[in-house]
Design a protein around this ligand. Structure first.
Ligand code: NAD
Length: 352
């Protein structure tokens, strides 16, 4: 159909396949080209989605007649591929984390402004229906003043691709903090509306992965391990973020720790609060009719979050709505993550 948004996908690994599935389900999107350095992935995804234009070099894909691209390569390539795509006049849906650090992220944001193209960052947790509902409660004042956030994601043994790009700082930018922390920080700040982190005090630890051959695990995302590879990133990060004198956020984020798996974000206001991403039905903790009360909104989680993310991106490319997560917010997240690393390295509180 003539008015479909023609998209290309660069990087056809775990998440590239998820983007392809989401575009296939989006009525206004057409997967017009794909790219990966791995021939087998090009053939598999090209065959599955009947995509004829297949490239091994993303610069060749960018010469094609496309409106937009999803950038689904490893973190180290985000900046160079994003800059090339924007220069080639494509809108971009850029996977998280936006880049290896805030400096790189700022380069991408500036290039987007110059090219007048849409940049949407892959902050897919925003697309959960619970996230939308709780944000709406916050915006309508039901929670009163939000003064504290708790963001926790602990995996007992969850180091991904040990020895590969995930655990090599030069390729990933860091460990669970940049990989998962970016989702937690984004969701907490998006729901609460607290977008001005000012100071951070944090400690990072590397206790499990650094001794590659002695890392015991049950299963491994992006495995098997490469024992000849590198693991020079943290596996645990904990700290306190200040939002001036107004509010705070405590976080604990781990790929590995000797404790139970646990995951949640608490949003605490003086009139109400909620815990999200804990896998349980939503409860609003509040007061009602002079009583301490729980409110249990009945929510239909509905569509797949990656499908929603792709739908919004396609609509943004058509000029129908803003992108779901902006480059400016991506830069703020990267500044916060940089500050966590700086605080841990320096052994002191630092400005964001
Ligand atoms: N939003 C989410 O929840 C989520 C989940 C997983 C991964 N991610 C992000 O997606 C990105 C990719 O992660 P992944 O798990 O899919 O990694 P992956 O290693 O499974 O896939 C990366 C793909 O990029 C290809 N590639 C490498 N160099 C290339 C190049 N120069 N040109 C084209 N293709 C190239 C690889 O061959 C591979 O197929 C990362 O930034 C990661 O943080 C996001």
């Amino acid at each position: 159909m003539k008015n479909k948004v023609k998209v290309g996908i660069i990087g056809l690994g775990a998440i590239g396949a998820v983007h392809a599935d989401a575009y296939r389900a989006a009525p206004d999107a057409e997967i017009a080209a794909i790219c990966d350095i791995a021939e087998a992935r090009l053939a598999a995804l090209g065959g599955k989605y009947d995509v004829k234009r297949r490239f091994k070099d993303y610069r060749d894909l960018l010469k094609s007649d496309l409106d937009a691209v999803s950038i689904c390569v490893g973190n180290k390539l985000h900046r160079s591929v994003a800059l090339a795509a924007l220069k080639a006049g494509k809108h971009i849906l850029l996977e998280k984390p936006m880049a290896l650090n805030a400096g790189e992220a700022a380069d991408i944001a500036a290039a987007g402004k110059k090219a007048k193209k849409i940049i949407q960052i892959g902050m897919v947790w925003r697309q959960a229906e619970t996230t939308r509902v709780v944000r709406d409660y916050v915006q309508k004042g039901f929670f009163g003043n939000i003064y504290h956030l708790r963001a926790v994601l602990i995996r007992r043994r969850g180091i991904p691709g040990l020895g590969g790009w995930f655990t090599t700082k030069a390729a990933s930018g860091g460990g669970p903090l940049i990989d998962l922390g970016v989702h937690l920080f984004d969701a907490a700040m998006y729901v609460s509306g607290l977008w001005q982190p000012t100071r951070v005090s944090a400690m990072n630890y590397a206790k499990f992965g650094k001794d590659l051959r002695n890392y015991r695990y049950v299963s491994m995302w992006a495995g098997p391990p490469n024992y000849n590879g590198v693991c020079d990133v943290e596996d645990y990060s904990a700290g306190l973020v200040r939002f001036g004198k107004k509010a705070s956020l405590v976080f604990e984020i781990a790929w590995a720790a000797n404790t139970e798996d646990v995951q949640f974000i608490d949003i605490l206001g003086d009139k109400g609060g909620a815990r999200i991403f804990d896998g349980k039905p939503l409860t609003i903790f509040t007061e009602h009719n002079d009583l301490v009360a729980n409110v249990s909104p009945l929510i239909n989680e509905g569509a797949n979050t990656f499908h929603r993310q792709a739908d919004i991106f396609i609509k943004a490319c058509q000029g129908k709505c803003p992108p779901a997560a902006t480059a400016e917010q991506g830069v703020t997240l990267m500044k916060l993550i940089d500050a966590v690393y700086a605080s841990s390295q320096g052994g002191r509180e630092v400005a964001v």
